[in-house]
Write a protein that binds this ligand. Structure first.
Ligand code: DGJ
Length: 757
């Protein structure tokens, strides 16, 4: 074994790319004279190079200067200059940090080679070639075969690195969506030797931010308190956000916004952003160095991580979606929204153009289900304009309460003596789609499934099995479990005309004992994704909502195989203003299911007017969760009027660009705006969460309109309340909200009009 590594400069594999000539449309440039790569996006660029020893070093990631004579960073030795050479290993900006000569810091990759007397844990990667392809896919990419709204091919740069002394090959992948300034990054590692390699840490990417980029915006929380946006200064050293479970989690959500303190605001300033396309145990760890450089390792959570790479085996990680823009936090959010809408959410060719208005019976009936009761609700739901009727928990097995029945996915004859057919037939006759709740990853010990297969749950033999909500988790590391769950769901969907599944998941893992060992941290997510993808392939019209005790599984990985997410079990309109604002930092309104529930909220006991409940829920994909039997004719008529209004504004809400005009932290109120891509329509929404007497709210200038066009502003009854040019709206705003007090809200619709000459 050589004591130091040597590098032989490999030939450039692709002859197509030179520093001076790029094929039309090519966004990936390679200069063989300096070994510099430039990834050129709409308004930003990303550059790195192989140095003289073949080490891949980060050079730049930034908005592109307007009017620059060249799009390219040319490279050169200056990027590695620090006064003291012995500090270089600590500060050098590797495109992927590996455990080698700077073990004091966080790394993206740590492995053990066991084929020497002292097992080697040292990896030094050297450039070994690159290619540009248009068919690369990250790990856990959807396999359901359904298109996204935009499916044009994208270029991926694959840079091959190898350890000259050890049998390990690592490929860094960069897939570009230039129009949104987005790069998806992932890593492939391959064992090219004859002995197994143990992988102890594996990130999807190392990210380098400019010196001093230390203001972090992220979302923390808990059940019923998801997406609490927090803004903080990164400390010297380490700050990590993470989840150690088998779903994305409530504690934190896997996205970040990062900027220099005081240099970014809602619509201005350079903001870096990232979001994971993965729903398992994850970690994003930021490290501020003594140089004030900031770097980040993002990917699998190294906590209890373990992956054995057998000879010849290759592992492909999921992707982290990253970008940078100069239009503040709002610009970062809009890029993530556009990416999710166009490139992530499945959009079958004959699927609904917009998310249907949903009714969910959970808060109306809880476990007290009956055919007659559900039909009564369905009839009322249809009269107010609902388009999708979903029966929640309690329809199956012995599930009359939450202590029994999970796992027994057959219709309970106690609840539906004639099966689900009469209910589904009535729902369809009423012109609505039919949806059903499931929680496939779980089992109650009091169930036929558990009695038949007590070994099918996560556990350590002979040790306690901790229950949460009286349930245990199935071991998705077992192939027979994944096949069983796929089989029962397939039978259900084959037998009944089900249009929509609400896929729930209501506990965290405790004792993660699995037949696949530590690999369960990835295997569980892979199993869930596989079942969803196979179901979508078998039933192309099936729509899926991701729910995990509310918003516990929301990320770009689950969005790639679902149509919408349940944002939170907290349906209190006041709390929802904040939860939804946090959600909007990374995820699009189209996917955000939001219910209107009872005047006295079941979770918080707070009372809120119907106007606030609708105005808040209409900011996303509208659902109704109130007990319609408790409403009189006048109230039902009011619901119907709101729903009709929502259908008018829905294309703008679900497909428009979001601007957060005033945020809660500034005014105790949230003012947002959605603008259609052609700027002809907009939706303006005000909601006051907390109010103190004497507050006068300044009008919020609107954004994104056509300054030369005239807009008519109407309320939900279609009455014009204002008329002004785009320029006036974007400088002075819409008057009338200054004194709106507690629970004040309103939603207005703006439409361009042609005035007579
Ligand atoms: C948790 C979900 O978030 C709720 O909406 C509801 O479906 C319950 N589970 C049912 O058990």
């Amino acid at each position: 074994m050589p004591s130091c590594v040597t590098w032989v400069k490999p030939p450039v594999e692709s002859a197509t790319f030179t520093s001076t000539h790029f094929p039309t449309g090519t966004m990936i440039h390679f200069d063989p004279t300096t070994n510099t790569f430039n990834l050129v996006l709409a308004t930003s660029l990303y550059a790195f190079r192989a140095d003289d020893e073949g080490r891949l070093l980060h050079m730049a990631w930034a908005p592109r200067p307007v009017g620059a004579p060249t799009d390219l960073v040319l490279g050169g030795p200056g990027f590695d200059s620090l006064p003291r050479a012995d500090e270089l290993p600590l500060t050098r900006r590797f495109e992927l940090n590996t455990f080698c000569d700077s073990v004091q810091q966080e790394v993206a990759l740590k492995v053990t080679f066991r084929d020497s007397p002292i097992p080697i844990r040292d990896v030094r990667l050297r450039y070994a070639g690159h290619e540009i392809v248009t068919d690369a896919q990250p790990g856990l990419a959807p396999t359901h075969g359904q298109p996204t709204a935009v499916s044009t091919p994208r270029e991926t740069l694959r840079v091959r690195l190898a350890d000259p002394a050890q049998p390990l090959e690592v490929t860094l992948c960069y897939r570009l969506t230039p129009e949104h300034d987005i790069i998806e990054r992932w890593v492939e590692i391959a064992n090219t030797g004859a002995q197994p390699i143990e992988v102890e840490a594996l990130a999807f990417a190392t990210l380098h931010f400019p010196n001093g980029t230390t203001e972090l915006t992220s979302a923390a929380g808990w059940w019923t308190r998801e997406f609490t946006a927090t803004r903080e200064r990164l400390p010297m050293g380490i700050r990590s956000i993470e989840q150690r479970s088998l779903q994305t989690g409530h504690y934190a959500n896997p996205f970040f916004l990062l900027n220099r303190p005081g240099q970014a605001w809602e619509e201005t300033g350079v903001v870096y952003f990232g979001a994971l396309a993965y729903s398992g145990a994850w970690r994003i760890v930021f490290e501020q160095l003594f140089t004030l450089d900031v770097r980040c390792q993002v990917g699998y959570n190294p906590f209890d991580f373990g992956l054995t790479l057998m000879p010849g085996e290759r592992h492909i990680t999921p992707a982290v979606v990253i970008g940078v823009c100069a239009e503040g936090w709002g610009g970062a959010s809009r890029r993530l929204h556009a990416f999710a809408l166009e490139r992530v959410l499945p959009r079958p060719a004959d699927g609904p153009a917009f998310r249907p208005v949903l009714y969910n019976s959970w808060e109306a009936t809880y476990f007290n289900l009956s055919l007659e009761g559900q039909i009564a609700l369905a009839r009322k739901a249809a009269t107010i304009g609902v388009e999708l009727f979903c029966v929640d928990d309690g329809w199956f097995g012995g599930r009359r309460h939450d202590r029994a029945g999970l796992g027994d996915w057959f219709v309970s004859p106690e609840v539906f003596p004639e099966g689900l057919e009469p209910l589904i037939a009535e729902v369809h006759r009423l012109g609505m789609q039919f949806g059903l709740w499931v929680e496939p990853e779980m089992v109650n010990p009091d169930s036929e499934l558990y009695r038949a297969h007590p070994d099918w749950v996560l556990h350590f033999p002979g040790r306690p099995r901790t229950e949460w909500r009286f349930q245990l988790m199935l071991d998705f590391g077992r192939r027979e479990v994944v096949e069983h769950i796929y089989g029962v769901l397939h039978s259900l969907l084959s037998r009944y005309a089900i249009d929509f599944l609400k896929w729930d998941m209501n506990r965290y893992a405790t004792e993660p004992g699995s037949v696949v060992g530590r690999a369960i941290w990835q295997a569980h997510t892979a199993g869930v994704y596989e079942i969803m993808d196979r179901l979508r392939r078998a039933f192309p019209h099936l729509q899926i909502e991701s729910c995990a005790s509310g918003g516990g599984r929301i990320d770009l990985g689950i969005l790639a195989r679902t149509d919408q997410v349940w944002t939170s079990d907290n349906t209190d309109a006041y709390d929802r203003i904040r939860i939804q604002e946090g959600y909007s930092l990374a995820y699009p309104a189209r996917a955000m299911m939001a219910w209107v529930t009872h005047a006295v909220n079941h979770q918080t006991g707070m009372t809120s007017p119907l106007s606030l409940r609708f105005d808040v829920a209409m900011r996303g994909s509208l659902g109704i969760g109130a007990d319609l039997n408790q409403l009189d004719e006048a109230e039902l008529a009011e619901y119907a009027q709101y729903i009709a209004f929502y259908k008018r504004i829905r294309p703008v809400v679900q497909g428009g660009r979001l601007y957060r005009l005033q945020r809660l932290e500034e005014y105790g109120a949230s003012v947002i705006e959605y603008v259609s891509p052609d700027r002809r329509e907009a939706v303006y929404s005000v909601a006051v969460m907390s109010y103190q007497q004497g507050w006068v709210r300044p009008p919020a200038p609107l954004c994104g309109l056509d300054p030369d066009a005239m807009y008519s502003v109407t309320d939900r009854r279609g009455v014009e309340v204002y008329r002004a040019a785009g320029l006036e709206l974007m400088t002075a705003g819409i008057p009338g909200d200054a004194f709106g007090g507690a629970a004040y809200s309103r939603t207005l619709y703006l439409r361009q009009i042609r005035e007579p000459d």
